[in-house]
Design a protein around this ligand. Sequence first.
Ligand code: CAA
Length: 389
Amino acid sequence: MSLSIGIHDLSFATGEFVLPHTALAAHNGTEIGKYHLGIGQESMSVPAADEDIVTLGATAAAPIIARHGAERIRTVVFATESSIDQAKSAGVYVHSLLGLPSATRVVELKQACYGATAALQFAIGLVQRDPAQQVLVVASDVSKYELDSPGEATQGAAAVAMLVGVDPALVRIEDPSGLFTADVMDFWRPNYREAALVDGHESIGAYLQAVEGTWKDYTEQGGRTLEEFAAFCYHQPFTKMAYKAHRHLLNYCGYDTDEAVIARALGHTTAYNRVIGNSYTASVYLGLAALLDRSEDLTGRPLAFLSYGSGSVAEFFAGTVVAGYREHLRTDANRQAIDRRTEVDYARYRDLHEWRFPTDGGDHATPEQTTGPFRLAGISGHKRLYQAR
Ligand code: CAA
């Protein structure tokens, strides 16, 4: 009999600050309907100067360790596309901040926004090999585009931590997967740049191509039919993208694109992304968190996942919601992670966007801004210094 493996727990964290799109629209003279309706975004999380992918990742993962302990975790996979070091895995800092056992393998994975799904699939492989073990997957990103660029409205920041193991309490991940890779330059970030480069309209087309490609492979591999799915969790660089993607999939499969049907399939999945913004690797799994928190009972219902990472790699796969899952949700904590953010005005956001360490190799402290459990205290001798409170 095949093992039941999947997501046993899921917790997320987001930045200290939030910028409403009304403030961005007032600054750049954009009609607010373009943000609220056109791209489907209301606000975006903005990290404090003393937050980064490590502090966000550790904050997301800490409640999982508090609930389950670390005894069975022998692997930590950290997925990100906003890496803070070219060599050392951000996961090693998280491992240290959380006090995980030394008998752990830790690694960082990258393929744009797809990295967390690769991490999840690799985790399932490790658990398959030794069902006694659990894998901690951390997906953490700060999405940053140039000020006054079209991408600026699609920034955000968040981390999702997932505990992967046998007999999962939330979602059992199924075979097969539909896979798709194409060498496209729709979005990328050269090593010397902090902000991503993007061809926005090309990236939307590349995403839709990947929807087709993954679905084609998924059906060829013997996957479920479209009608079987209770809901679809798409990667959401902005929430309207999920609607574009689902409409495209329905058209590709020869179905009518009834907007009420699309809204039913996606509606609950967009609630967190709409106010957090693009969280890159974390975004699909924020969609899952919102769906589980907000839907009627989904016990036994199959869910579809479409993970897209520019460049590009994508995967379509299914998971089934496990009986009793509601007792394990973190709905209150999730609401609190969003509600605790302090709203900033445009000028403050701009300062935060422009804040960065000097690259002179000197010692520099960060301003104390975050109220979260972990902070990036500064840099000394080229080393990042983290603190747990
Ligand atoms: N009221 C309502 N809707 C309005 C409006 C108004 N007043 N004004 C404009 N709109 C609509 C437009 O009609 C358009 O809708 P459609 O896409 O349905 O046609 C929508 O608002 C956006 O308008 P534009 O296309 O004119 O906007 P833009 O040129 O400023 O670019 C963007 C939008 C391409 C998403 C840009 O924000 C961007 O480059 N973002 C970063 C790239 C990105 O997120 N790509 C997504 C796919 S790649 C990916 O998924 C990986 C990743 O995470 C980056």
